[in-house]
Write a protein that binds this ligand. Structure first.
Ligand SMILES: [Zn+2]
Length: 222
């Protein structure tokens, strides 16, 4: 076991919890791809809250447990992570949570549309799709995820379950998980005010370009 990588997975779990985009019981899992190998490091603990590095498991992308322990509840969802790595060589981190507002949309089987600018900036300009229901981590569930996710989309709602986020690295995955939860919360809160209004389609690219222009300039210092 690479101690640094296991610590990195535990730290990612800690940061997901700190982000607030997680249910109160901390249910979920985090994985990080092992660079240059068909393996991932995966949180095998029952909750992401105070998840120790010692409970991180090393798992092959074919689903084989290579090192550590994998309790049944966590073993059942391994395929949700391995499928994301197998499908996209750019994916370096996968997060799964039951963050409450996004999960409300997953339970209602409703997409989160592009209601906040951050969605346009982070690959969700066409909203967060919903993958149809299948038992957690089953072949059926994975097939639904694969058919819901289109190229470049970093997140999907899992019907009657929760959220799956996948990105190049942990920083971006945590960020997108937060954006999805924030958009879902805004969607639900604005329902009392007549309902959310989407960012006009023609301005989504403009929002991204403006953000990129500021990014290129770097931090302004007086
Ligand atoms: Zn779950």
């Amino acid at each position: 076991m690479d101690k640094d990588l296991a610590a990195q997975v535990a730290d990612t779990a800690r940061r997901v919890v700190a982000s607030g985009a997680i249910s109160a019981n901390g249910h979920g899992n985090v994985s990080i791809r092992v660079p240059g190998a068909s393996e991932m490091y995966f949180t095998a603990g029952p909750s992401l809250i105070d998840h120790p590095a010692s409970a991180v498991a090393r798992v092959g992308l074919d689903g084989t447990l290579l090192e550590g322990e994998l309790p049944p509840i966590q073993a059942a969802v391994v395929a949700m992570h391995t499928a994301m790595y197998a499908d996209n060589s750019d994916v370096g981190c996968v997060l799964h949570t039951h963050s409450p507002y996004a999960t409300a949309y997953a339970v209602a089987r409703r997409r989160i549309e592009c209601w906040i600018e951050a969605m346009a900036m982070f690959g969700l300009q066409d909203g967060v799709p919903v993958a149809g229901y299948g038992p957690r981590g089953s072949e059926e569930a994975i097939a639904h995820i694969r058919s819901a996710v289109t190229a470049g989309v970093p997140a999907v709602l899992l019907a009657n379950h929760g959220v799956l986020v996948f990105h190049r690295n942990a920083d971006l995955a945590i960020l997108v998980g937060g954006v999805v939860e924030e958009a879902a919360q805004a969607g639900i809160n604005s329902a009392k005010l007549g309902g959310p209004v989407e960012v006009p389609a023609e301005l989504r690219a403009a929002a991204l370009q403006r953000a990129m222009a500021f990014d290129r300039q770097g931090t302004a210092r007086a």
